[in-house]
Design a protein around this ligand. Structure first.
Ligand code: HGY
Ligand code: MN
Ligand code: MN
Length: 416
């Protein structure tokens, strides 16, 4: 089957307009977005996406985790569909492009096929995965993890946010709990377009990241319990300071990551101190350790060192600890055939490209367990993401979506 000609391109202006339209839903306070999963804002974004899909002639299905599947028929309805997508939920102080570019890029592929009157043998399904971010409800990539059989739907439904609300109840409340069983769908392949969320492509002035691997991740939720006491009248030796414990663990995580440079990373982004009063020694702290590495052995060693370090810190401070692993996936190797389709498309279209390992986690990391999967990346300004100032250019978005278009259409097989 001949590959699509290099003249086949998407409409970058239409893609950009859709990105800017979606960005109006769940605006942040500094130009980005706060459209957290299964909030009313998420619901509104889903309705807009559904309207656009139906206007493009797609049939929209929703599964019991709320993931949306918008299907364009192929000439052979029995042929396994090619899936393309990402996520519409954002961080609390997120950008306009993280995830959204991959969902609306998938829709742009459909819109371009419609414009060009191209039929494909395999159906194509544009996908919006629920709760990729894991900010409101851990773990990240939650719906794709249920789809891939990594975690159960009951576990996901029972996850609670900082206010104690259950994911399952919130999904029901916004009216996006579908009937379709999760994971029943079979795929020929899955492609995800995503911003790099790091500085490599921009620094090297490269248009396209051909994602060969994704680094592994562990999220450890740590609870330290000491004793609340007066910050003024309690002698230093008599304190059981959970706040000091958290500070020392944060330093430990940084030091452990620095021991495995240049790949490994580690930080603590989520921190809660109780009772969080100016003149009470924190009796309890709850925080999440985020450690990552492309090397499984390194990730496991970092995990072991952090756990051991927490034990020593708590012994010295006479405080108790609990550690719950609330997120984990091993380093991912994407499908060589799908990766080649992306690299060949970039070559054919005349875009500069390089292999790259994804620093961030993506739904593709889980879907790779159940179907041949690969990712396309485009640069982002200063490599910044998970920040309202996240930005890309229309050219970068267009180039990434052109490559996505070719990889998807080639895999779905154009019918002359
Ligand atoms: O945490 C991640 O890497 C992704 O943004 N959920
Ligand atoms: Mn993302
Ligand atoms: Mn993200």
């Amino acid at each position: 089957m001949a590959a699509p000609g290099e003249n086949l391109r998407i409409n970058p202006d239409r893609l950009w307009d859709s990105l800017m339209e979606m960005a109006k839903i769940g605006p942040g306070i500094a130009g980005g977005n706060n459209r957290q999963t299964v909030t009313d804002e998420d619901g509104a974004g889903r309705h807009l996406f559904k309207r656009w899909c139906e206007a493009a002639g797609l049939e929209v299905g929703v599964d019991q985790m709320g993931t949306m599947f918008a299907r364009r028929e192929g000439t052979d309805p029995e042929a396994l569909p090619v899936y393309v997508g990402s996520h519409l939920d954002t961080q609390p102080t997120g950008g306009k492009f993280d995830g959204v570019l991959g969902v609306l890029g998938g829709l742009e592929v459909i819109r371009s096929l419609n414009d060009l009157g191209i039929r494909t043998k395999h159906p194509i399904v544009v996908t919006n995965w629920t709760n990729e971010e894991g900010a409101r409800f851990a773990p990240a990539m939650m719906a794709s993890a249920v789809f891939a059989g990594i975690i159960t739907q009951d576990y996901a439904y029972g996850r609670t946010d900082a206010k104690g609300k259950r994911f399952g109840d919130e999904l029901e409340r916004i009216g996006w709990r579908g009937e379709e069983p999760v994971g029943a769908r079979k795929m020929k392949a899955f492609f995800e377009l995503h911003i790099e969320q790091g500085p490599i492509l921009e620094d090297e002035d490269i248009d396209i990241g051909v994602v060969t691997h994704g680094q592994g991740l562990k999220w450890l939720q740590v609870t330290l319990t000491g004793r609340e006491a007066h910050t003024g009248s309690t002698p230093m030796p008599k304190r059981r300071n959970a706040g000091l414990g958290m500070a020392r663990v944060i330093e430990l995580v940084h030091e452990v990551a620095m021991d495995y440079q240049p790949e490994a990373v580690g930080a603590v982004g989520h921190m809660e101190a109780y009772p969080n009063s100016r003149n009470i020694i924190a009796g309890k702290t709850v925080f999440t350790v985020d450690i990552r590495s492309p090397d499984k052995a390194v990730l496991d060693e970092m995990d072991m060192r952090v756990r051991h370090g927490v034990e020593l810190i708590c012994e010295a401070l006479d405080i108790e600890f609990e550690i719950e692993q609330v997120g984990h996936f091993d380093p991912v190797t994407f499908d060589a055939g799908c990766v080649k389709a992306i690299r060949d498309a970039a070559e054919r279209l005349g875009y500069s490209h390089r292999n790259i390992v994804s620093g961030a986690g993506h739904d593709a990391c889980w879907i790779n367990r159940v179907a041949p999967t690969a990712m396309v990346m485009c640069p982002c300004v200063d490599g910044l993401s998970h920040n309202e100032a996240e930005d890309i250019t229309k050219e970068w978005a267009g180039a990434g979506c052109d490559v996505l278009f070719h990889a998807v259409v080639e895999t779905a097989e154009i019918v002359a």
